[in-house]
Structure formats: C-alpha cells, structure tokens
Design a protein. Structure first.
Length: 189
C-alpha cells in the first residue's frame, strides 16, 4: 500500500476550492502544524492570508480571488451584491472590490482580506445558489442587494432583463425588481 504524502492530502482538498486550503482543513485531513510550517518554509505551498494556503500544484483560475475571499470570511459566507452580479454575468459590471456576506451573528475576527467588503445579513437557503463551486447570492437576491447599494440604474435594468431572458429570474421576480428600481429612482428625485 502506497503512503499518501501531506502535499497530496492538501491537494485533494484544494482541488474543490480553486487551489486553497484553510488551516482547519489541514488538521481535518491529518496534516500537522509542524508539517504545514515545513511545507511553507520550503515553498511547497504558499501562505496567502492568516490560516489560508495556496497549493501551487492546482492550476489557478480567474475565479480564485472569490474563493479566497469566501474562505477568509469563513462558514456561511457567500458572494453577494456586485460580485454576485458579475458571477452570474447578467450585466456589464466590473466590481473593484469583492462583496461577501456572512450571517449577522458570524464573527470575523481576522484582519480584512484585501479588496473585500464584508456585509452581514441572514438569508434563506433558497436565496443561495452554487456557482463554480462557491456559494453565491441568487440572481434575484444579488440584483436586490445591488439596487439597495445604489448600483447604476442602467446596470440594474440590464441585469433584470438578462436574468429574465436567461431564465434566472421569473416574471414575478422581474416585476418586483423593476418596481424596487423605480421606487429607488423616485426616492432620489
């Protein structure tokens, strides 16, 4: 029987997380802290944030930054607001920061991850979907959040139209979002 190395154990976890593992996950798969320190010291893995490591043997993707932000925010975190709109690719938006939402009672004690805006909200499981292996606000919720945050009306209208055309939001949801966008516009005048 062939022994599995620590780097192979970490790679198995990292394959489902865009090449990242957390220190708690390393412990769960039986990689000790001294072994983890050894792998970092000898540049076999990279320490990116406190408690988050990149396994170089897993190819990088364009969505790695989103996974890093979610791992930093911890349990219950999901992509939201502008970032979720970008993930769904239903409008022309290019966020300059990553929006992540965690449950209201969730404590994030770590220093801020670069370019991450943390929001707190309790949402139902039905408001969350999976995208590229990550939890993300549903198209309906992400548009609603973006309306509340003040994203351009043109961008929101495009998101509603494209989301509806692609079957990501239904007629009732589209009408509700259009009414909220209109109400926002009326309140601003």
């Amino acid at each position: 029987m062939e022994a599995i190395t620590d780097i192979e154990k970490l790679r198995e976890v990292a394959l489902d997380q865009h090449g990242f593992v957390t220190s708690s996950q390393t412990e769960e798969v039986g990689v000790s802290r001294p072994s983890l320190s050894y792998l970092v010291k000898h540049e076999r893995i990279d320490r990116l944030e406190r408690g988050i490591y990149r396994i170089p043997q897993v190819s990088a993707t364009e969505n790695d930054i989103y996974q890093l932000a979610l791992l930093w925010a911890g349990d219950g975190a999901f992509l939201s607001h502008d970032s979720a709109l970008a993930a769904w690719d239903i409008c022309d938006i290019n966020p300059t920061v990553i929006h992540v939402t965690v449950p209201k009672k969730r404590r994030v004690q770590k220093q801020g991850c670069r370019n991450v805006v943390l929001h707190r909200d309790d949402v139902s499981a039905g408001d969350l979907k999976w995208w590229d292996g990550m939890r993300v606000a549903s198209p309906f919720l992400s548009i609603r959040q973006s309306i509340e945050r003040g994203v351009s009306s043109h961008v929101i209208a495009q998101a509603i139209e494209q989301g509806h055309a692609r079957g990501l939001i239904d007629n009732k949801q589209a009408a509700k979002l259009e009414a909220e966008l209109e109400a926002r516009g009326s309140a601003g005048k």
